[in-house]
Design a protein around this ligand. Sequence first.
Ligand code: SF4
Ligand code: SF4
Length: 364
Amino acid sequence: MIYKKYGKTGKDISVIGFGGMRFPKVNGEYDYDKCAEFVVKANELGVNYFDTAPGYCDDHSEKIMAHAFKMMKNPFYVSTKCSERDGTKLRKTLETSLKRMNLEKINFFHIWCILDIDDYRSRMVKGGAYETALKAKEEGLIEHITFSTHCSGDEIETIVNEGCFEGMTVGYNIINFPFRQKGLKAAYEKGLGIATMNPLGGGLIPQKADYFDFIRGADDKTVVDAAIKFNASHDEITTVLCGMGSMEEVIQNCKIGNSLVKLDENKLKEIEKRLFSSMDKLCTGCRYCEHCPKGIPVSKFMLSYNNHILGDTKGIYDYLRYHWGINYKQANECISCGLCERKCTQHLPIISRLKETYEWGTEY
Ligand code: SF4
Ligand code: SF4
């Protein structure tokens, strides 16, 4: 396994990190022993960064991780998160995470999911999330204060330049990288460690493997390998968080971390050119746009719309109908309140895409 320095913390972190958001259910339940086997195996294969959060896997992820930690023989670091803006609530969540995972401290504690600059400011107010995390750090309950975000590159640059954080976790993949590259560079130059999440674009990359085949290098067996390698080979990126839901995935992902070749500049340019010339921005399925006041399942509509961007307009309706069981006419219930667009991590024009979905629907 290749290790990189996590910013200025002095920690050597495995280039492949374990993302604890994709543990599988068997017969509707999480089998803690089975799930913990994946975590332990990854640690045996050299992974030392384990990322979890309250709420992941119906709130089981931290507990599954705790179960695995008891069996792990190699040193490891734990990352978890809290999205509370209020300091008292953050403190309570932190204490719950510590207790659940039987830890004395969290190595990387994330101010979770900063949506935009206003949201960032709301975490920094007196008595708020950041101040409380700082106090917990002084008490030794947190080792490094970090943040996670789906902000644009410019917004990330603003945040990191204020110098409050030691690292960040950011959604970054071959679909959205032009949108965040500036922020990645700014964070790296400022000396932050960087973990990236969602390297497979919410599953879109393996689902459209033929379309994305152009990202494969000569020695990449699959587009999944190529997509993970794409992230891992960036100098700026310390670790690539991979959600691992089977032993095969653990073994395959760890193998990628053993032999990294720096991404060829020409290949990077080719990918960028292809993205800009033939694709509009794709929905990555992160679901931050949910809770529409009209009950519209926004992410499902937007994931379906990806089919149109990838050249298959009829696919929008097949996907809605057969994959999700949704009537496309629901798109017409949108009242253009803008709530979902404000939260969208990809800054997609959701309202106009819903309008198009409704208008084109009669043809399909
Ligand atoms: S803009 Fe439309 S889809 Fe988005 S939250 Fe408002 S009503 Fe729902
Ligand atoms: S529409 Fe935006 S926020 Fe919603 S799932 Fe897609 S990328 Fe994520």
